[in-house]
Design a protein around this ligand. Structure first.
Ligand code: 3H9
Length: 697
């Protein structure tokens, strides 16, 4: 028998233990180990009941995702689970940590389930573009009925042990203790009470009751609204419905067909790439994983505007006290009022309690004086993009902050090294670029300066996890990774409009690709003054940036959603962009002034120009070492800009489109326009010449 699964007997209980760190995933070795251990248990005449339990931090957290896309090695998981269910012996599963996906399916193949109260269970396959493919869609509904099963399987969300008991998924919940001891006690109880074997497949009351339920059509209608572009959630509904319409074995067959369809869909490839990429980015190449981190127990934030306030909330949410600094009392009052409103809205939606609103507000202490930063461990500057002001602020921080305090800037574009030079401690200076709204968006782009100390880099990466963000470490250049690529897309989108496209046509192409909003709706959300100010800074620095129609809008105080008018117009209280004839007229006038003859532009041209310009820039970013791996760019775009995770990120997407095809078009656009943005990246050329992909780097 394989060592990852062992069998031993304790009294009258035969114990099957899985030990396959880190998360006891159901690799081939675990599946065959389970099968062998079961055989041992069945032939052990002194074992009157069997217990399945896991070592380490968790119960089985699912199929081994690393085996996806490779030839399946027997035994398959559905067969192993089938053997547990049809075993001659009654089997108890004892759950701790997270019983997820194939892990929960394995537990559902047992007769009874007991869980520690800290445990969670779920079928998160849909988040990987899949559906539960080892009986989960057939067994879970037999315990929970249609509505709960549909909710769990189509969202992939976990439920805690107490909820799981309410739903009928687990039979008992125990407070704390050692999971094996809890499992043994429950197994003894099964014996003591002579509880019968109870295979889930044989339970029929819930499926009979919900046979004609409207829940399936309702679930499909909700999905058409929530995630119309996703493939797997609809297949999840089909599979669950089969549990109610077909006998168990036929339902299992239907589940298999639907599972294979998901497995083969490109969305599964994209989502699995995104899953691993999110975990890989936390391992920074060149940064020893044992690098010590600095203590961060108190944070100072400069600027109580939209960004500063959002950033403050992240720390208060995890119990870290914040000193929030502004220059004027009104600004601080306004900032705190916005934070309070955000928290109260969360409380209204039931996400936090009213007591938590007060606790979090109490953690955010306002101040008008830098002297209050004397004892903070980290300062994040979040004022607007003006190098002069930032240098002044960092000069002051250098004077007031204690030695070893980390001095971070939330700049979205400016040179971290230049900011660092205004202090006597550039080793403590780093970029921490949050994305708007900072309390919601999961990305934290951490920017290393030339002199940033390793322990500062390690600290900000660890801190990202602590405040529940996905941290990505990048190098220093104008706009870093995300905004540098975004600027290219933005400029191209403006050029497309100059040439004849409408803002709404450009935006639709991007939303059809799966972005939650297009370039222009996003500019309106961020505020047109942001881009305007950046362009003005660059013009001041001597760059030749021609005036565009978006500058004109900003100068007319059409700043986007916040003024209810920008590139689109907005009705009171609504965020829905409405095309505005006034803007069309302004664009037409701009074209006339520039002598541009408007032409019809195809959606395909918009897609290619908006995306390929980004891919070419992304390749240059890799070439320069600003990002070290293409998956960093993917994660930045998924978590910072809403790039559809089911396409795996822009660089993964480019690999699917084909780098040869992209390079050919980049060259054509370069020939046509001579634009620097279309100068082909040397890396892109090399990869195409070698027949390789970004993913091969
Ligand atoms: C499935 O079950 C299909 C079946 O229905 C049908 C089959 C026929 N496989 O997230 P962490 C690795 S689909 C392989 O940092 P945490 C992960 O890459 C599966 N590896 O820890 C990382 O490795 P590394 C359904 C896995 O404590 C390490 O474990 N299940 C798997 O923050 C630690 O992970 C899921 O979708 C896996 N299944 O969170 C569950 N899971 O150290 C996916 C994790 O080398 N997993 N790894 O970077 C999770 O949601 C979280 O990892 C979990 C732990 C909550 C378990």
């Amino acid at each position: 028998m394989s060592q990852v699964v062992t069998y031993e007997r304790q009294g009258q209980v035969g114990v099957i233990s899985v030990n396959y760190p880190p998360v006891n995933a159901l690799s081939h070795a675990v599946r065959s180990g389970l099968q062998d251990a079961l055989k041992k248990g069945e032939s052990d005449n002194d074992a009157r009941v069997l217990l399945l339990v896991c070592e380490g931090r968790t119960f089985v957290a699912g199929a081994d995702i690393r085996e996806f896309g490779k030839p399946m090695q027997e035994p398959g998981l559905p067969d192993v689970i089938g053997k547990f269910e049809s075993s001659t012996k009654t089997i108890v599963a004892a759950i701790h940590g997270t019983a997820l996906g194939g892990g929960l399916e394995l537990a559902l193949g047992c007769d009874y389930r007991v869980a520690l109260n800290s445990a969670k269970v779920g079928l998160p396959e849909v988040k990987l573009g899949l559906l539960p493919g080892a009986g989960g869609t057939q067994r879970l509904p037999r315990l929970t009925g249609a509505a709960k099963a549909l909710e769990m399987i189509t969202t992939g969300d976990f439920v805690d042990a107490v909820q799981a008991r309410e739903y009928g998924i687990v039979d008992a919940v125990e407070n704390g203790g050692d999971v094996k001891a809890v499992g043994l006690a429950y197994a003894e109880k099964v014996l003591g009470e002579s509880k019968p074997k109870r295979p889930v497949r044989s339970l029929t009351d819930k499926v009979e009751a919900d046979k004609n339920s409207s829940a399936f059509d309702e679930a499909r209608a909700a999905l058409r609204k929530r995630s119309p572009n996703l493939f797997a959630p609809f297949k999840c509904v089909d599979a669950v419905e089969a549990a109610f319409k077909l006998p168990f074995d036929e339902g299992m067959q239907r589940e298999r067909e639907l599972f294979m369809a998901c497995m083969e869909s490109p969305q599964r490839g994209g989502l699995v790439h995104a899953f691993f990429a999110e975990r890989e980015v936390s391992k920074v190449p060149g940064l020893d994983k044992n690098t010590p981190v600095r203590d961060v127990n108190k944070v100072g934030i400069i600027g109580a505007g939209t960004m500063g306030g959002g950033i403050a909330m992240n720390f208060a949410n995890v119990g870290i006290p914040v000193r929030l600094l502004e220059v004027k009392q009104e600004a601080i009052d306004r900032g705190l009022a916005v934070i309070r409103r955000n928290y109260e809205n969360s409380a209204k939606k039931g996400r936090i309690t009213t007591a938590q609103v007060e606790e979090r507000m109490a953690l955010i202490q306002p101040t008008l004086s830098y002297d209050d930063f004397a004892d903070v461990d980290l300062v994040i500057e979040a004022v607007f993009e003006d190098m002069g002001i930032k240098k002044q602020i960092f000069g002051t921080l250098d004077k007031v902050c204690k030695p070893g305090a980390i001095l971070a800037s939330n700049t979205s574009t400016l040179d971290i090294d230049e900011i660092a030079e205004s202090t006597s401690r550039p080793q403590d200076v780093v970029g921490m670029h949050f994305f708007s709204p900072a309390n919601v968006m999961k990305l934290l782009e951490n920017v290393r300066g030339a002199k940033t100390a390793d322990d500062v880099k390690a600290t900000v990466m660890t801190l990202a996890k602590r405040i529940k963000k996905v941290g990505v470490m990048v190098g220093n250049c104008h706009g870093f990774v995300g905004n540098r690529m975004l600027h290219q897309r933005g400029a191209e989108a403006v050029s497309l409009v100059n040439e004849g496209a409408s803002p709404q046509q450009v935006d639709k192409v991007l939303t059809d690709l799966g972005y939650p909003m297009g370039q222009f709706a996003m500019s309106d959300l961020a505020g047109l003054d942001v881009g305007y100010r950046i362009r003005q800074e660059r013009r001041k620095a001597g760059e030749n940036i021609p005036e565009s129609w978006t500058d004109k809008l900003a100068e007319q105080n059409r700043l986007g959603q916040k003024t209810q008018a920008g590139i689109y117009r907005y009705e009171e209280g609504s965020r829905k962009p409405i095309p505005d004839p006034e803007v069309d007229a302004l664009i037409a006038q701009y074209r006339q002034e520039q002598g541009i003859e408007s032409r019809a532009i195809s959606d395909q041209e918009i897609l290619e120009r908006c995306m390929y310009v980004m891919i070419n820039e992304g390749a240059k970013i890799l070439e320069e070492g600003i990002a070290t791996r293409s998956l960093e760019i993917d994660v930045i775009w998924i978590y910072g800009y809403g790039f559809p995770a089911y396409r795996g990120g822009p660089m993964f997407w480019a690999d699917q489109v084909g780098l040869g095809e992209i390079l050919a078009r980049v060259k054509e656009f370069h020939k046509k326009t001579g634009g620097k943005q279309w100068e082909p990246s040397a890396l892109l050329e090399r990869l195409v010449a070698e027949g390789k992909k970004f993913g091969d780097l």
